[in-house]
Design a protein around this ligand. Structure first.
Ligand SMILES: [Fe+2]
Ligand SMILES: [Fe+2]
Ligand SMILES: [Fe+2]
Length: 268
């Protein structure tokens, strides 16, 4: 059973319902007994899943167009990559012998991809950027001193990186940007470890959901290709601006939606 957990809720009911439906289709398929996994059944289940996913992507993209969401292009390319991958798997000719294994392959890929995509990308749909996304203000306070201090430090690193990206006078800024991004990676890990240890200590019920969200963010940080960040050109500049906007946006969204709940739980 793959759980559609609370951390996957993005707060837009149609999209949440469709994500939930995707999980239930996956669970239905996963629970099909081995002797029922014939080529014919598996083909029809997988086609149904792929069609449902395509319809859902179309809804999500239409919603984002309406909102003028700046991450539309990013979402489109992630959806596209997913579709291509699923089609590639499904192109292998199905026989009654390999049908069960193919279905497992598709389902495993689907679940991993969905969790990751919902937690790192869909979560940002409809996110309203604050006037100054790099300012650490009291609305982010959890009331837990260590966590607030670490969040503030994360904001500082991001703000510093942002200032450097915008600096058009400094020539050798890329080395420094890379150093800051590395620092952000390291400090994020430390912070997540501390936060998770704290939640464990107070037996916080949302720990699992937090760990999943943290892992999705760490993956995103690890996917930044530092090696290509060494030359100054326009393309690079816009990549960095998008990246830093995403990192700040994710952090704000995560703190407001999830971390502040730790503080509220603690007070109870
Ligand atoms: Fe999406
Ligand atoms: Fe946090
Ligand atoms: Fe957190």
């Amino acid at each position: 059973m793959y759980q559609f957990t609370e951390d996957c809720l993005i707060g837009i009911s149609q999209i949440d319902d469709e994500h939930r439906k995707l999980f239930s289709l996956i669970n239905e398929a996963a629970s099909l007994p081995a002797d029922a996994r014939t080529a014919k059944t598996v083909t029809s289940i997988l086609n149904h899943l792929a069609t449902y996913a395509a319809t859902h992507f179309a809804h999500e993209e239409a919603y984002m167009i309406e909102l003028h969401d700046p991450e539309l292009e990013l979402q489109k390319s992630e959806h596209q990559a997913f579709t291509e991958r699923v089609h590639a798997i499904m192109e292998q000719p199905l026989t009654d012998e390999n049908a069960a294994a193919t279905m497992d392959e598709v389902l495993t890929f689907l679940v991993r991809w969905l969790y990751h995509h919902i937690l790192s990308s869909d979560m940002m749909i409809g996110y309203h950027k604050p006037e100054d996304p790099f300012a650490f203000t009291p609305k982010y306070y959890t009331g837990i001193e260590q966590i607030d201090r670490e969040h503030q430090r994360l904001f500082e690193i991001i703000a510093e990186t942002n200032a450097l990206i915008h600096n058009n006078v400094l020539h050798d800024k890329y080395d420094e940007i890379i150093r800051l991004l590395q620092e952000l990676r390291d400090y994020t890990r430390i912070h997540f470890e501390d936060e998770e240890a704290y939640m464990e200590q107070i037996q916080y019920p949302g720990l699992e959901a937090q760990i999943r969200a943290h892992n999705a963010f760490v993956d995103k940080l690890m996917s930044i290709d530092m090696a290509t960040l060494d030359a100054i050109d326009d393309h690079q500049q816009s990549y960095l601006l998008e990246l830093i906007d995403f990192l700040a946006g994710w952090l704000i969204n995560h703190i407001l939606k999830m971390d502040t709940c730790i503080g509220k739980y603690e007070k109870k």
